[in-house]
Design a protein around this ligand. Structure first.
Ligand code: ADP
Ligand code: MG
Length: 543
């Protein structure tokens, strides 16, 4: 058995890697921060695909001197103060991890002037986690600048994860364009290696069509169509021309002003435009979808850009209809351009708040059902059993068996419906050297636990069954790993139950909170963990 706890500092570094896997993910975090700070001008300078220098300057609200060092602490954020704020969040950020991760692994200089020009801003230099300089400084223009040199200087192992330079550049461009296209109200200047310079100025009235045109090569014909139904609206912009070459092609999907990726929508576009784009070729397209805020589920994994639509059929058919309408009008030589595409991209992430955080939300529901459940009270006996009173009867509960029952029922729910799987805000690392486990990842994923191998020693957990109590996350994950390593390569409920009963993994601490949560779980019908307390059966319980 090779499952061990990782030292804290390694956990920190791995979590840093989650946020800043590559230069493009860092750039995404920095641009999001600038947008969150209400910037209207953002300048980016990239040398050697961000590995030598990545700098970003904005004219946003800035950071004052006393807050400057705090911005670089883990879980430091100005965006939420209370847990409930997560639900009314109006920004991209809230995890407070980007700058902390950055500070741990690169050489960073940050200069900032707060919006109140009478207040002092400052300059801060951090090299690989060590603060070299912090000094107050007052400028006559609000905004923040980051200069990042030698990204991964403190974590050279990560450098080898950066694929080819060409693919990194494509990725950087993809990130930049996803913001350029979704924020016509912001002026972007991008300088590549002192040579190329891209400039996207704010168009009159934040005109989205003009913004899209300015990102495309001249002499292409841009076509447009839109369809709507109830609260759904789908707009598509695409070029008449197509080519085989796929680099530098703009193929973007946005929903409610957020960039996402979706293979089946992409294929639907390509297939439906096959009368225009010949086989094996495609053109540029930009699809803008608006849905009711609660009709999508945003995967909150930091590096993933996936969205689940509650009514994917509606989105799908609106998109296909829009494309056909557009093709029709080309046939009749009438090429429409949008008239009111401007207010599309009002950036309002608050729409996501209620669905985005599916797991904390469901924890909340549980605690609510607990409060209503006040008629059951209990006493804990030596961290293994508890005695509960229900009406006038007493029951003794084997806590380990109760936990197993909960885990089995949650896993079973994932097997029947993958909607019951929920992403972790921050992935959990586990040290597992034996890579025999890797071939079971697909199987394990079906149970709600999605693992990825990060290095020869470490695998990380990205998803868990919805409603899995945090306190049993660790031992559940380890038991699953153990089961697939030592016992089976496919899942069988009975074998798994036996494995859990014999598990070498320690039980969690069954504190009051955990027991309340476990007892409040719905769908626990097999009551083998619970025996009514009377003289006759006391023997059964303690055997
Ligand atoms: P988060 O965005 O999740 O809050 P970050 O680590 O990305 O966490 O940033 C930490 C804090 O630093 C932010 O909450 C914000 O207060 C401040 N900050 C970061 N970048 C900027 C910026 N460009 N302009 C103003 N404030 C910023
Ligand atoms: Mg941020």
């Amino acid at each position: 058995m090779e499952i061990e706890l990782l030292p804290e500092h390694i956990i920190d570094q791995i979590k840093a890697g989650e946020v800043l896997e590559r230069p493009s993910s860092l750039l995404k975090e920095l641009i999001e921060n600038s947008i969150d700070a209400h910037s209207t001008e953002i300048s980016i300078h990239i040398l050697d695909n961000g590995l030598s220098l990545l700098s970003i300057e904005d004219n946003g609200d800035g950071i004052n001197f006393s807050n400057l060092p705090k911005a670089f602490l883990r879980h430091a954020t100005s965006k939420i103060k209370r847990f409930e704020d997560l639900y009314s969040l109006n920004s991209y950020g809230f995890r407070g991890e980007a700058l902390a991760s950055l500070a741990a692994s690169a050489r960073v200089t940050c200069v900032s002037q707060p919006i109140n020009l009478n207040e002092s801003g400052g300059k801060l230099i951090i090299n690989g986690g060590l603060t070299e300089l912090i000094t107050p400084q007052q400028l006559n223009k609000k905004g923040t600048a980051f200069f990042i040199k030698d990204l991964f200087y403190n974590t050279p192992a990560r450098l080898k994860f950066i694929k080819s330079k060409i693919s990194e550049k494509i990725q950087l461009k993809k990130i930049i364009y996803s913001f350029v296209l979704s924020h016509p109200e912001i002026q972007f200047t991008i300088k590549w290696d002192d040579k190329e310079k891209d400039f996207f100025k704010i168009q009159d009235n934040f005109d989205l069509t003009k913004r899209i045109e300015s990102t495309l090569p001249k002499n292409l014909h841009l076509l447009f169509a839109e369809e709507s139904y109830m609260n759904y609206k789908v707009k598509i912009f695409f070029t008449k021309e197509a080519s085989k070459n796929s680099t530098h092609k703009h193929q973007f999907l946005f929903v409610n002003a957020r960039y996402f990726q979706d293979k089946s929508l992409h294929q639907a576009i390509i297939r439906n435009l096959d009368s225009l784009w010949s086989y094996g070729e495609s053109g540029h397209y930009i699809v803008i979808i608006e849905t009711p805020p609660d009709a999508i589920d945003v995967n909150v994994h930091p590096n993933k850009t996936q969205i689940k639509f509650l009514e994917s059929d509606t989105v799908f058919s609106l998109l296909v209809t829009a494309i056909r309408t557009a093709l029709h009008s080309i046939a009749s030589q009438h090429i429409p351009l949008p008239t009111e595409a401007t207010s599309l991209f009002t950036h309002d992430v608050s729409q996501f708040s209620s669905v985005q955080l599916s797991s904390p939300d469901s924890y909340n529901q549980h605690s609510q059902s607990l409060q209503q459940n006040e008629d059951s009270s209990f006493i804990i006996v030596d961290n293994s059993f508890c005695i509960i009173q229900k009406e006038t009867f007493y029951f003794i509960i084997n806590l380990q068996n109760l936990m197993i029952e909960v885990l089995l029922s949650l896993v079973e729910e994932c097997l029947t419906n993958e909607e019951n799987i929920s992403p972790l805000l921050v992935s959990e690392p586990f040290q597992v050297k034996n890579n025999a486990i890797d071939k079971s990842f697909e199987q394990i994923k079906k149970l709600g636990f999605e693992f990825d191998r990060l290095s020869s020693d470490v695998i990380i957990l990205r998803t868990i069954p919805k409603n899995l109590p945090r306190a049993i996350l660790d031992c559940s994950s380890k038991s699953i790993i153990e089961y697939f390593l030592d016992f089976k390569d496919s899942y069988n409920q009975n074998d798994f139950k036996i494995c859990l009963l014999k598990s070498q993994n320690k039980n969690p601490v069954f504190n009051t909170q955990l027991i309340k949560t476990l007892l409040a779980m719905p769908n626990i019908d097999n009551k083998y963990f619970m025996v009514q307390l009377n003289k006759k059966n006391l023997g059964t319980v303690f055997s």
